[in-house]
Design a binder for this molecule. Sequence first.
Ligand code: BES
Ligand code: ZN
Length: 638
Amino acid sequence: MKCRWWSAAVSSFALLALAGCGGAPTPKMQNEANLDIHSNANPRQVRSTHLDLDLEVLFEEKKLRGTVTHRIERADIAAPFVVDTRDLDVSKVELATAAEGPFTNTLFTLSPRDPVLGSALKITLRPDVTLVRIHYQTRPTASGLQWLEPAQTAGKKKPFLYSQSQAIHARSWIPLQDSPRVRTTYRARVRTPEDLIAVMSARGDFRLANPKEAPTGDYSFRLPQAIPSYLIALAVGDLEFRYLSTRSGVWAEPSVVDKAAKEFEDTERMIQAAEQLFGPYGWHRYDILVLPPSFPYGGMENPLMTFVTPTVIAGDKSLVSLIAHELAHSWSGNLVTNATWRDFWLNEGFTTYFERRIIEAVYGAPRARMEAVLGHQRAVNLVKELPAQDQILHVDLKGRDPEDGATEIPYEKGALFLVALEDAFGRERLDKFLYSYFAKFRFQSITTQQFREFLDANLLSTDLGAASRVPVDEWITKPGLPASAPRPVSDAFEPVDALAKRWQAQDAPESKPETASWNTQQWLRFLTSFPESTNAAKLAALDRTFEFTKTGNSEILFQWLMLSVRANYKPAEPVLERFLVSVGRRKFVRPLFEELAKTPEGLARAKKIYHKARPGYHPITATTIDEVMRKAGAAPSQ
Ligand code: BES
Ligand code: ZN
């Protein structure tokens, strides 16, 4: 019976279950199946299967306070229950055998704090115990939470709180087994100040969607599907809702919500395109929450509730591939999850490939191809910059923070690997394979090894001729891009490249009319084709013709500011400062600070700007920029 439970419920442990039932795994298999080096938890002995959260949101103290109750499965009856924590204050732990209680106190210890992993909370169990309730509160410095003052919101009147749990920040706001291979269902009750609304990555009380319904400050959520801890998410603020379709909608601050609804109006078409490709959308609703501009990422695929940066709202839907990306994670990532952070490319590479398939279905092949070319270019550039070991899809993260592995390599090289398979086997066969991959591994967390075995059995071995054209081992375990890697091209970039060349050769060629119809991707191509040595006089001429300094498109502005910093182009300086102070998206902020820090004069400006910007940054971005400044030799600003 116990053997059946393990193999049915937790298939990544199927090998071990077999061992327990008589077979003997090789030591290597055991290692592979056992190890998540980024968690102190002991799910093989005692595994959390469901969480019940009861939290109060205390804006004044910048704390969450309450309890989490774990329902546990015990494979080793003698073992304690070990969960991850980082910077949590645990006051009491109680045990029970049934939900009605009684709950009685038990002993617990916290191990010394490791800067990356935090402290293991070890809880002594008794026989028969199936429920463990932890009383705790968070600290204002919790890395997974950002507490915003009213001034940092669009409305400027009410505070805002949001979480960001990926990769290993969930442990800073909930004591839990913080490994992507541990999946739990969850329920939550969240109490907030009465005039604010709480949303989570779960099903909520949908009366809230009606703006005439007054908020209550007392919210309940439940998620019946088992998910990894990094997908648990909470946000609290002055939020309003707009429907996009019956099953999708957008939450944002009142002054942003209509713009957001317009920008994301194609969401239902994207969901339908995705369903066509990978099977039914299984998460009930698909809603989007627009966060304040300090959100450190572009988007985060929290189930039922994608979190996005407001910088994706360009006014012309030109950056909505980010929505396609987060939506695609509903399959690649949320349904089939990387078992450890070294398997991250299974989440992001597949998702980047799917994102472009969705874009192709909704906006046409030319747009998808342009985005593929831009992505390929980023991969090629990155291969020139990164140390060899960080160019490997199945990256070794021993002794490192899992976010060190979150470069564009897992995204773009991972996507390119799937394109290589598509080229070799044809789209029809690849799609059939991917569909069966989701069917086979749904609601499981899998390793690169499991993917490879499935790929061998279900695609490679069906056509050895095609398989011989894809060096799978090289793609997954070697740095760089294989010589046979696909090189996507786009006709739409031909006039762009031609004009960029003319601009590089002369001062201000006649060019305005032909650019009138260019889209954002073409402008990004144009700007990224200028060499790093482009000087300020050239930028001034470009600016006179195209007014880049005035653009409202965050991606175009970012590329322009990168050129401006390199060339020391003065007229862009006020815009640069405003951008760095108001936007906390790490993908924009980090390269700009790095570029500034390359010259003594730039470093001095970086210090001044960072001093202003840092109080508004999320802890994730602040930690990153602290490191950039430290490496550049600047004294810390706080
Ligand atoms: N899941 C990621 C964000 C993430 C990755 C957070 C690793 C923490 C650790 C999300 O799906 C993502 O990839 N976001 C991208 C946007 C996307 C369009 C490439 C981002 O934030 O830039
Ligand atoms: Zn992603």
